[in-house]
Design a protein around this ligand. Structure first.
Ligand SMILES: CC(C)(COP(=O)(O)OP(=O)(O)OC[C@H]1O[C@@H](n2cnc3c(N)ncnc32)[C@H](O)[C@@H]1OP(=O)(O)O)[C@@H](O)C(=O)NCCC(=O)NCCS
Length: 174
């Protein structure tokens, strides 16, 4: 059953959430697609104003469904990064709802000029999500991350403020 954006909430991560955050990162379903952080890196992201670290809640309950991190919230070039998104219930529309909320936060609240991310080439699910939400491929960082005994490349994708506003005008955003 699809989750609608209005049923998804982002609340600031607390230090007491970090056991959950690190366990979700280490989950074998998620680990291949991200580069897990040390707990201290998450502590830094919770505390430093350049980051926004959120727990995702969905539906009626307050059980955490995942977490997201924005970086560059004080970037002088107004270039904000979707640093991480990890959700435990998959394929229920939660990812799309979160990406829409995060675009709104980046462009409306943080006044981003550019909202960007990178995604591993093996992560076809996330690529499909970002492309269908209007992110444009900028280029590839060839063989820039380890993948098993070999390497994977990172695809850099972004959306610009004017592209977001055009989507808002077309009713494609929140
Ligand atoms: C990537 C992730 C955030 C997406 O969230 P999600 O809730 O599973 O995604 P949604 O249900 O909103 O699906 C969004 C789109 O992804 C694509 N998608 C979903 N499941 C897919 C699959 N198994 N294979 C390919 N594409 C898939 C579809 O295009 C889908 O849109 P549609 O259902 O309208 O066709 C989530 O799966 C996740 O946390 N994955 C592990 C960590 C990760 O990869 N993080 C991103 C790192 S860049």
């Amino acid at each position: 059953m699809a989750v609608v954006a209005s049923q998804v909430r982002l609340r600031p991560t607390m230090l007491s959430d970090l056991d959950f955050v690190t366990s979700v990162e280490q989950d074998q379903q998620n680990r291949p697609f991200i580069t897990p952080w040390e707990r201290t890196q998450h502590e830094g992201a919770v505390r430093f104003p350049d980051f926004r670290h959120f727990i995702v809640e969905a539906g009626a309950g307050t059980e955490p469904a995942g977490f997201v991190i924005l970086q560059g919230c004080r970037n002088p070039n107004a270039s904000v990064e979707l640093k991480r998104i990890v959700l435990q219930p998959k394929g229920r529309g939660l990812g799309r709802a979160c990406v829409r909320l995060l675009k709104q936060m980046a462009f409306r609240d943080l006044h981003a000029h550019r909202f960007w991310l990178d995604v591993k080439t093996l992560n076809t699910r996330a690529q499909a999500l970002y492309a269908s939400e209007g992110f444009v491929e900028e280029g590839r960082l060839r063989e820039s991350v380890r993948a098993g005994d070999g390497w994977d490349s990172l695809i850099v994708m972004s959306m610009l403020d004017r592209e977001y506003q055009a989507r808002v005008a077309l009713g494609e955003e929140l």
